[in-house]
Design a protein around this ligand. Sequence first.
Ligand SMILES: NC(=O)c1ccc[n+]([C@@H]2O[C@H](COP(=O)([O-])OP(=O)(O)OC[C@H]3O[C@@H](n4cnc5c(N)ncnc54)[C@H](OP(=O)(O)O)[C@@H]3O)[C@@H](O)[C@H]2O)c1
Ligand SMILES: *[C@@H]1O[C@H](CO)[C@@H](O)[C@H](O)[C@H]1NC(C)=O
Ligand SMILES: *[C@@H]1O[C@H](CO)[C@@H](O)[C@H](O)[C@H]1NC(C)=O
Length: 351
Amino acid sequence: MSTIPNQPTRILIVGTGAVGAFYGSRLALAPQTLVSVTCRSNYSAVLSSGLQLDTHSFGSYHFAPHAVYPSISAAAQAPHPFDYVVVATKALPDVSDDSEMIAPVVQGNKETAIVLIQNGVGVEQPHRQRFPNNPVLSAVTVVSAQQTSPGSVKQNRWTRISVGPFLQGGIGEEEKESELKQRSEKANRRFVELLKEGGIADAEEYDEKGLQLVRWHKLAINSSMNPSSVLSGSTGNSRMSLDPELRLHLAGCMNEIFQTAPKVLGRPWPEKLAKVDADKILKSSERNSEGLPSMLVDWQAGRPMELEVILGNPIRIARAKGIEMPRLQSLYALLKMASIRRQEDQSKAKL
Ligand SMILES: NC(=O)c1ccc[n+]([C@@H]2O[C@H](COP(=O)([O-])OP(=O)(O)OC[C@H]3O[C@@H](n4cnc5c(N)ncnc54)[C@H](OP(=O)(O)O)[C@@H]3O)[C@@H](O)[C@H]2O)c1
Ligand SMILES: *[C@@H]1O[C@H](CO)[C@@H](O)[C@H](O)[C@H]1NC(C)=O
Ligand SMILES: *[C@@H]1O[C@H](CO)[C@@H](O)[C@H](O)[C@H]1NC(C)=O
């Protein structure tokens, strides 16, 4: 955190895709914030024209980042350290280690808070291990957004983002008071304030276990619907929810998560989340005939899927506590092998 008064808050967005561009453009509207971005494939488009946002919630507007960097090492040359490094890449720990990637902008700056806006569970652990003295903030969003062309991002609906500090994962006992805990909570509170100042009225502040419960709850949808959508031959959420056998299967998967998370985290579901049960989710999915889960879109495009953070990690975290989630384990085993086989076929086709 900037301790010198009137110093701007400096934010770096890493992975300026749909989610990174949307929240980055809102943070930039908070007073006294400078939001810079790193871009990979879209560097030249974003450098020359900035980002164009077409949003349901705030209309269309242009976002000119404070600085645009082609890489993390370029961002590490900035004259000031960043207060927040916001990671909004797809979470693919089996493909690349994001904590290693961001090391040049974090190492040596123990005040830099790392914010992870990614799906799934267990995404924080590599950052916690590599940066033991930096605040790590964990964020879950329900936004629906996609990149439409270089430098253009469309937000279809929803803005909610839930943010909480990450100390050791909320899996053990309640975290003891510590200097890192205090700094993490302070960074967390400030980040939520900045989001609100940028117009995200439903940015929500959580404690560690509370945020992990939100993560697991979102997982109930993503770990049931998304792999099933791929394995059932590219079926959308609505059709799956209306099919009697698949509906039983989906509810069974969701209930594994609903029963497991409170045992893993040692805290019951808060009333607000407990109300949203399998039946509610399936009923609302019946009406959702528009979008396809991003896991299916990635599968169809031959890209890696967020399989480890959506299935592998929760299965392993539960297993370490002596709990099996057999329906999800089957989905994981089948889809993982399908993905390995697809990759083998792709490399053969290239020969
Ligand atoms: N989109 C949604 O509606 C939504 C909603 C809720 C949660 N989420 C979650 O939010 C996260 C981000 O999703 P997204 O939809 O924003 O993904 P996305 O549009 O594909 O954006 C990911 C961005 O990260 C960049 N990137 C990936 N790996 C990188 C690396 N190693 N180095 C530098 N840049 C890298 C990509 O750059 P390139 O273009 O160069 O590949 C891309 O710009 C995911 O965990 C997703 O599940 C998304
Ligand atoms: C970046 O460029 C690629 C290739 O043109 C495009 O598919 C993608 O949507 C773009 N992303 C952004 C953030 O504009
Ligand atoms: C998670 O579920 C939501 C809601 O169905 C969907 O929009 C999103 O694409 C899913 N994420 C992944 C990684 O498939």
